[in-house]
Design a protein around this ligand. Structure first.
Ligand code: DX5
Ligand code: ZN
Length: 227
């Protein structure tokens, strides 16, 4: 997959104006709306639920990428499916029945993503790699936006990319946490296909311009790869 995508994470938006943030992201050229779901157990923070996803669904045609940072994610999958989520990802650390959960998401007609925390090794993906529609590598410890990218994640991205190539699998790698305009190109070059960006977009002086600049970087890296 040479096309590079931008997922705008609304975690960093003004929660009293989420609809406007979503519309701004779509107009500026974002490819996905990333929604972080936290339950106060799997991560020590609380955020949003299916009702908000259903509201966003009415405001955008972009695919909604729901990142479940919850215990027992299986229980929530049907709710987010009903709400209109298009991509649904869950953490390997949060479920004892990963294959069953991934199959459930795919059977509902949604794209199933498997997420790894920064210290969870990629070999844990071995028996699910051929089933997942995408892999999400966390490059911060989940729970909050605005943290710094953990440098060792670059090698992790390279390692996963090399492994996927070896297996001849076209599974996109999404990366989430601490990605800004100044490290974006390096992370794309390491093998990231989908960037999740929250504070780099919504805390920028001009969020639309931040998205447009990310698109320019994405296009440059993709063109370079094709050439
Ligand atoms: C963190 C979330 C991220 C968060 C990233 O737990 O999963 O999606 O929004 O925020 P930034 O881009 O600010 O690091
Ligand atoms: Zn996320």
């Amino acid at each position: 997959m040479t096309q590079k995508l931008i997922a705008a994470s609304i975690l960093a938006a003004d929660f009293s104006r989420i609809g406007e943030a979503v519309e701004l992201a779509e107009r500026a050229g974002a490819d996905l709306i990333h929604v972080d779901i936290m339950d106060g157990h799997f991560v020590p923070n609380l955020t949003l639920g299916p009702q908000l996803v259903a509201s966003i669904r009415k405001r955008t045609r972009l695919p909604i990428d729901v990142h479940l940072m919850v215990e027992n994610p299986r229980a929530f999958v049907p709710l987010f499916h009903e709400a209109g989520a298009d991509w649904i990802s869950l953490h390997v650390e949060a479920t004892a029945h990963l294959h069953k959960d991934v199959t459930m998401i795919k059977d509902l007609g949604r794209k199933a993503g498997v997420v790894l925390n920064p210290a969870t090794p990629i070999h844990t993906l071995r028996d699910i790699l051929g089933e997942a529609d995408f892999i999400l590598l966390m490059s911060v410890n989940p729970g909050w936006g605005g943290q710094s990218f953990i440098p060792s994640c670059l090698d992790k991205i390279r390692g996963l990319k090399a492994w996927l190539r070896k297996e001849k699998l076209e599974v996109p790698i999404e990366v989430d946490g601490g990605i800004k305009l100044d490290n974006l190109e390096e992370i794309f070059k390491a093998g990231m296909d989908v960037v999740v960006a929250g504070s780099a977009i919504f805390e920028a002086p001009d969020p639309a311009e931040a998205i447009r600049e990310m698109k320019r970087v994405a296009a440059r890296v993709a063109a370079h790869k094709d050439g």
